[in-house]
Write a protein that binds this ligand. Structure first.
Ligand code: SIN
Length: 491
C-alpha cells in the first residue's frame, strides 16, 4: 500500500470506528463521536464512536454472558483463535503500521516493529493456552487428596495506552483469552484506531468458528473515568489490567479496591541508564539510542536519566550528541524520518518545561533544546550535560527525546542514584565487569534490568515494575498467571 502522511482512503473506509459489543459494531449510544488526529500534521484522521457508560454496561453484559461458554471452550480451540489472529496481524502488517504511524506518530519502521512485537504476544499466548498447569498430591497427613486447579478470573477490563496501540492491546487481550477470560477493552482516545482494527480480527475469528461473540468487546471513549467507574463498581467484573501513568493507576486501584478486583498495573517509570568507567562506549551509545529514542522517548521503559561515571562522562556525552544529531525529525510516514512527533501539544509543553527547568538549574544544552512551534507536535533530540540531581529531568518521568547526563564517582553513589526514585520499572547498565553486573542485578530496585542492552521488551519475558511502577507482570508465563485463579479441592 501507499504510505501517505494520512491513512489511505481505502484504509480509512474499512478501518472500524464504532463500539464493538457482543460481536457487532455499532455507533455509540447517542451517536456521539470524537476526532482522532495525526500528531505530525494535526489533520483529523477519522471520527470514532464516543462510548458512554451505557455502552460500557452493554459491553460488560456481553462479556459476562460469554464468560461461561468461553471458559468451557477447549483450550485448544482458544489457542486456534489466537493462532489465527496472529496470522491475520502479520498479514495486515502494512495497514496496521500505517494506522500506528498516523495516529501515534512513530516512524513507519518502528510501527512495523510494533506490529511484529504485538503479534508475538498473540502467538506466545496461543502456545501457552494449552498449558495451565495444576497439581494433584496426597495430603501429607494422609486421608485425602489435594487437587489444585487453575480457573480464569472472569470478565476483565483492559485499559490500554496510546504509545503502543497494538502491542499493549495484544499483551492484555491474548493472555486473557488464553486463560479463558472475556474482555472489555478501553483503548486510549488519542490512538484507538489500531486497537479497533485488531479487535475486528478477534471478532471475525470468533464468528467464523461459532464461538461466543461477547468474548472481545471494545469501547472507545473520550471520557474514560465516566466509562470505567461504573464497570469497576459492577460485581460481574473480576479483573482490571491498566497501562498508563502512576497517578491514574492509583486512582483506578482505589476504585478497584471496592470490588476487591485482581489488578495488573503497568505504571510510570524513571529508568536509570548507568554507564560505568569500564563500559564499551560505542555499545553504550547504541544501547542509549535504543533505550531513549524508541517512539521519540514516549515509552515507560525509556531511559530517563543517564548516570555516567565522571571519568567517561565527557566522552560518552560527546558521542551521544553525535548520535542525536544524526536523527531526522519529521512526519513518521516520510522516508528517512527516525524521530516522529510527540503525541499532542501538551506533551511538547511538558518537555519544554523540563528542559527549561534543567537549564535554570545550570545544565548545558549540548544539542536540541528548541524547535519552532508550528504544524505538528515536534521536539528535537536533546542532550543536557551537567544536570543537577534535583532537576525535573532527573526526578520526573519525561515522555520525550531528552537525555539528561548526571555524573557519579563510585558504584555506591551510582546505585543510590539509580534507586533514589519512587519508580522501579526498568534499569539499564553498561559495564564489562561481570561481578559488578551481578551486584547490580541484585541491588537495583526495578522489575527489569538490561545489562549491556538498551531493549528488554520481549513477549516471552515478564514485563513489569516494582514500587510505584506497578503490580503484576505482562508477557511470559507470568502474564498468563494474572488471568488465572487458583482453586484447591480437598478430596
Ligand atoms: C510501555 O511503554 O508501556 C511499553 C513499552 C514496551 O512494551 O516495550
Amino acid at each position: 500500500m501507499d504510505f501517505s502522511s494520512v491513512i489511505s482512503p481505502t484504509l480509512a473506509a474499512h478501518a472500524p470506528t464504532g463500539v464493538l459489543v457482543d460481536g457487532r459494531w455499532s455507533p455509540a449510544a447517542g451517536s456521539s463521536t470524537f476526532e482522532v488526529t495525526n500528531p505530525a500534521t494535526e489533520d483529523v484522521l477519522l471520527d470514532v464512536a464516543d462510548g458512554s457508560p451505557e455502552d460500557g454496561a452493554r459491553a460488560l453484559d456481553a462479556a459476562a454472558a460469554a464468560a461461561a461458554p468461553w471458559r468451557r471452550t477447549p483450550p485448544r480451540t482458544r489457542a486456534d483463535v489466537l493462532h489465527a489472529v496472529f496470522r491475520r496481524i502479520v498479514t495486515h502488517t502494512d495497514d496496521l503500521a500505517a494506522l500506528i504511524t498516523a495516529e501515534g506518530g512513530k516512524p513507519l519502521a518502528e510501527a512495523r516493529a510494533e506490529v511484529a512485537y504485538g503479534a508475538e504476544f498473540v502467538r506466545w499466548y496461543a502456545e501457552q493456552a494449552v498449558r495451565h498447569d495444576g497439581s494433584v498430591r496426597a495430603a501429607p497427613a494422609g486421608g485425602g487428596t489435594q487437587i489444585v486447579q487453575r480457573r480464569p478470573v472472569g470478565p476483565s477490563l483492559l485499559i490500554t495506552p496510546w504509545n503502543f496501540p497494538l502491542a499493549m492491546a495484544t499483551r492484555k487481550i491474548a493472555p486473557a483469552l488464553a486463560a479463558g477470560c472475556t474482555v472489555v477493552v478501553k483503548p486510549s482516545s488519542l490512538a484507538p484506531l489500531t486497537t479497533l482494527y485488531v479487535a475486528e480480527m478477534f471478532r471475525a475469528e470468533l464468528e467464523a468458528r461459532g464461538l461466543p461473540a461477547g468474548t472481545v468487546n471494545v469501547v472507545p471513549t473520550s471520557a474514560s473515568a465516566r466509562l470505567t467507574a461504573p464497570l469497576l463498581a459492577d460485581p460481574r467484573l473480576r479483573k482490571l489490567s491498566f497501562t498508563g501513568s502512576t497517578g491514574v493507576g492509583q486512582s483506578l486501584l482505589r476504585d478497584a479496591a471496592a470490588g476487591v478486583l485482581r489488578t495488573s498495573m503497568e505504571l510510570g517509570g524513571n529508568a536509570p541508564f548507568l554507564v560505568f568507567e569500564d563500559a564499551d562506549l560505542d555499545d553504550a551509545v547504541q544501547g542509549a539510542m535504543a533505550a531513549k529514542m524508541r517512539n521519540a522517548g514516549q515509552t515507560c521503559v525509556a531511559a530517563n536519566r543517564f548516570l555516567v561515571h565522571s571519568s567517561v562522562a565527557d566522552d560518552f556525552t560527546d558521542r551521544l550528541v553525535v548520535a542525536f544529531e544524526q536523527q531526522v525529525v519529521g512526519d513518521g510516514a516520510e522516508a528517512g524520518v527516525t524521530v516522529g512527533p510527540l503525541i499532542d501539544a501538551g506533551a511538547v509543553d511538558s518537555v519544554e518545561g523540563v528542559v527549561a527547568d534543567a537549564v535554570d538549574r545550570g545544565a548545558q544544552v549540548r544539542t536540541g533544546g528548541s524547535w519552532p512551534r508550528g504544524r505538528g507536535h515536534f521536539y528535537p533530540p536533546t542532550v543536557l550535560a551537567g544536570v543537577p540531581r534535583d532537576a525535573l529531568a532527573v526526578t520526573d518521568e519525561t515522555f520525550g527525546p531528552v537525555a539528561p547526563v548526571v555524573t557519579f564517582d563510585d558504584d555506591e553513589d551510582a546505585l543510590a542514584l539509580a534507586n533514589g526514585t519512587e519508580h522501579g520499572l526498568v534499569a539499564y547498565a553498561y559495564t564489562r565487569d561481570v561481578g559488578r553486573a551481578l551486584v547490580l542485578s541484585r541491588e537495583i530496585e526495578a522489575g527489569m534490568i538490561g545489562i549491556n542492552r538498551g531493549i528488554v521488551s520481549d513477549a516471552s519475558a515478564p514485563f513489569g515494575g516494582v514500587k510505584h511502577s506497578g503490580i503484576g507482570r505482562e508477557g511470559g508465563e507470568a502474564g498468563l498467571e494474572e488471568y488465572l485463579e487458583t482453586v484447591y479441592v480437598a478430596l
